[in-house]
Write a protein of this length. Structure first.
Length: 408
């Protein structure tokens, strides 16, 4: 059943000569195999050259230094030199391994040279038949070529063998029939073997392409998942309206800074920032304008802070800022710079509405305090004191019970 399913899947993929029906896919496969085929062709050509040269010794032993030996020597030398020349050319230009003319010319020279040697070896029938069988196997398995051309050259070899022996009077009809039968069996065996190899090779190539495609899809999914995780982390830690840290994320970062300041014995200041008369502005101009004001003020506040400072949306129109390494004087300067920057904002959609302003409450985390809540409470009280004093000002809480105000 499994074998039947494999054949069912393979049928529309490969044609009768075991190549991809998709010409583009077959071309891709051939380009992928070019380096390997070129190397195999070089090895085969050098091996054939060596065999042809080696047989000159056998020729000399059988025939002696006569005219027949010299003719065989000339034929074998010519074939060997042609194979060597093509091997060198393929080594320099591997693309020649997939071109029709060079490879098929080598087939023609080699097979023709082999056929011409037959009449020069009278009385060695078994040697000729064995040579043809080996040549047939070599064409199928050793020299890389497309199946159609392999069949053509094996047909040329078999027909040429029959013709040459037909003109030779020393070979009996029975021996000729046996030789052709062996050649036919060698062709059948070579065809089946090469077909199985080609199908297996292309099936593996198709599986490799499928695996690469699956890997690309998997990598794409991983990248998308990673991007989604980054977006989720951003959404989980960022206020969607203002783009600054939300309340939860602010307290995570601020708590980390508090622990660091306790270890390093450095100051940490807290600022509470509230947009003045925001409720009236929101009621008069609508929530869309109110949201725009919130985002604009948040961006303005963040622009005056240092890289180490932390800002978050505390709730409504109120923001909270942590200033690591800042004492009261430094925090006051930063807060005043923030207040002045907001006061310069101009939003055309507000019309005749008075300019935007914020009130800021500043407090320093005391050495004995292990949490932010006491300093936040003092900063919040300072902020409301600033509201009571007329807004648009920075109020510093020097101690839980004493505040100083800086008028705008």
């Amino acid at each position: 059943m499994a074998a039947g399913n494999n054949k069912a899947r393979e049928a529309p993929l490969l044609d009768w000569h075991s190549e991809f029906q998709d010409s583009a896919l077959e071309e891709l496969h051939r380009r992928t195999m070019l380096a390997q085929d070129a190397q195999q062709l070089c090895y085969a050509l050098w091996a054939i050259s060596g065999i042809f040269f080696a047989f000159t010794l056998a020729d000399f032993a059988l025939l002696g230094a006569g005219s027949e030996f010299l003719a065989l020597l000339a034929i074998r030398t010519f074939v060997a030199l042609c194979c060597m020349a093509l091997a060198l050319a393929v080594k320099l230009q591997p693309a020649l391994a997939h071109r029709r003319m060079p490879v098929n010319l080598a087939y023609f020279v080699g097979i023709t040279g082999l056929l011409f040697t037959i009449p020069l070896h009278p009385g060695t029938d078994g040697l000729h038949i064995a040579t043809m069988v080996v040549a047939t196997t070599t064409i199928y398995l050793l020299v890389p070529n497309r199946l159609l051309w392999i069949l053509v050259w094996n047909a040329y070899l078999a027909i040429g063998f029959a013709v040459v022996l037909g003109f030779s009077s020393y070979l009996s009809p029975g021996m000729l029939a046996s030789g052709l039968l062996l050649l036919g069996f060698a062709n059948l065996l070579g065809w089946v073997t090469l077909t199985r190899l080609n199908r297996l090779q292309r099936r593996q190539f198709a599986l490799l392409l499928e695996e690469q495609d699956n890997n690309r899809k998997l990598q794409s999914e991983i990248d998308e998942r990673r991007l989604l995780e980054q977006q989720l982390r951003f959404l989980a830690s960022t206020d969607h309206l203002t783009g600054i840290a939300n309340r939860r994320h602010f307290f995570e970062l601020a708590a980390r800074e508090l622990n660091r300041t306790k270890r390093e014995d450095t100051p940490l200041a807290i600022c509470m920032v509230d947009i003045d008369l925001f409720k009236e502005l929101n009621d008069h101009h609508g929530h869309a304008v109110g949201d725009l004001v919130l985002a604009t003020v948040a961006t303005c506040c963040a622009s005056v802070l240092r890289d180490t400072d932390i800002i978050g949306r505390y709730g409504g129109e109120e923001f909270i800022i942590a200033l690591p390494g800042s004492d009261v004087a430094t925090a006051t300067v930063i807060a005043e710079r923030l207040r002045a920057k907001v006061a310069t904002l101009s939003l055309p959609m507000l019309g005749e509405t008075p300019m935007l302003s914020v009130t800021v409450g500043v407090s320093l985390v005391a050495e004995e305090e292990m949490t932010l809540e006491p300093a936040m409470l003092r900063a919040d009280e300072a902020l409301y004191e600033g509201k009571a004093q007329g807004r648009n000002r920075v109020v510093v809480a020097d101690a839980p019970s004493s505040h100083a105000a800086i008028e705008a």
